[in-house]
Ligand binder design. Structure first.
Ligand code: FPP
Length: 271
């Protein structure tokens, strides 16, 4: 349903089996999903910016510009309205380097300006920013903004925003293996067994819980090298909606669907 910005009606529509009835106001739907278990960590593959722009006869870069606005809207909604503590967004994969050079440069400049302009907002809302990926390969100006924002927000605990940037799941696993071998050879592991707990400490996401829900926009049903280790038991939700059109209302659709699911983690719940 479209959110009109009108005040919620005092008579709220009836809800059946945890799903909001058509016409329920945004505020009423928020209250309802918050009354049931929400994901603690939401991860999003924001796909479809290029197609969104092409459909309008615009350059792909316009899609990214509008994609950034959609991301900002979502961050506010997830952090302030839903109070989901961890949100991770896939912004640039190691495979995205294969795009036309001007598009890659545009994306980096967009992210650099975003971080520069929004640092005050991160402080204001006590948002801790993390960047998952290899910073080494990024342009110096972007890297400087990333490092500054990460450093200045590292004490915040209320809301954890992670941006996957120059990120690849296989690369993340490989760099973990390399660092573990290195630490082992240097005698830094004190005979600790190499188990899942130790391995996690070497991932970019060492301080984050695994995602409970992964949303992908743009209709493709694949992981695209995103958080391969971490999504072992994550619930998946895919929508045809192109990222710049993704709204808080549709996020509520995904959350209502998530809340209907039974998470078994490979077990039988009712033997
Ligand atoms: C996919 O669209 C999107 C990206 C490559 C990421 C770009 C994301 C943004 C600009 C928003 C980032 C915001 C924050 C706060 C991190 P696509 O170009 O692959 O679309 P297509 O599949 O239609 O070609």
């Amino acid at each position: 349903m479209a959110h009109t910005g009108a005040k919620p009606s005092p008579i709220e529509p009836v809800v059946e089996e945890g799903r909001a009835a058509p016409g329920a106001s945004l505020a009423a739907r928020v209250r309802r999903v918050k009354a049931r278990p929400l994901p603690q960590h939401l991860a999003i593959i924001m796909d479809g910016n290029g197609r969104w722009a092409k459909r309008r006869g615009w350059p792909r870069t316009e899609g990214h510009r509008h994609g950034l606005k959609a991301a900002e809207r979502l961050v506010e909604f997830v952090g302030r309205e839903l109070e989901i503590p961890y949100l991770t967004l896939y912004a640039f994969s190691t495979e995205n380097w294969a795009r036309p050079r001007h598009e890659v440069e545009f994306l980096f400049a967009l992210l650099r300006d975003f971080l520069r302009q929004k640092l005050d907002r991160l402080h204001e809302h006590e948002i801790r920013l993390r960047v998952l990926g290899e910073l080494d390969g990024l342009p110096a100006a972007l890297r400087r903004e990333v490092e500054r924002a990460v450093r200045e927000t590292r004490r915040y605990e209320r809301f954890h925003l992670s941006i996957a940037l120059n990120y690849g799941g296989r690369q993340e696993i490989l760099q973990a293996v390399r660092r573990i071998v290195d630490d082992k050879l240097r005698g830094r592991l004190n005979g600790e067994p190499l188990d899942e707990r130790l391995f996690r400490r070497y991932l970019y996401t060492a301080e984050l819980p695994d995602p409970d829900l992964l949303i992908r926009t743009g209709g493709e049903e694949r992981l695209s090298n995103f958080l391969l280790w971490q999504v072992a038991y994550t619930e998946l939700w895919v929508t045809e909606t192109l990222w710049p059109d993704f709204t808080p209302e549709e996020l509520l659709d995904a959350l209502e669907d998530y809340q209907q699911r039974e998470r078994r983690f490979g077990r039988v719940l009712d033997p």
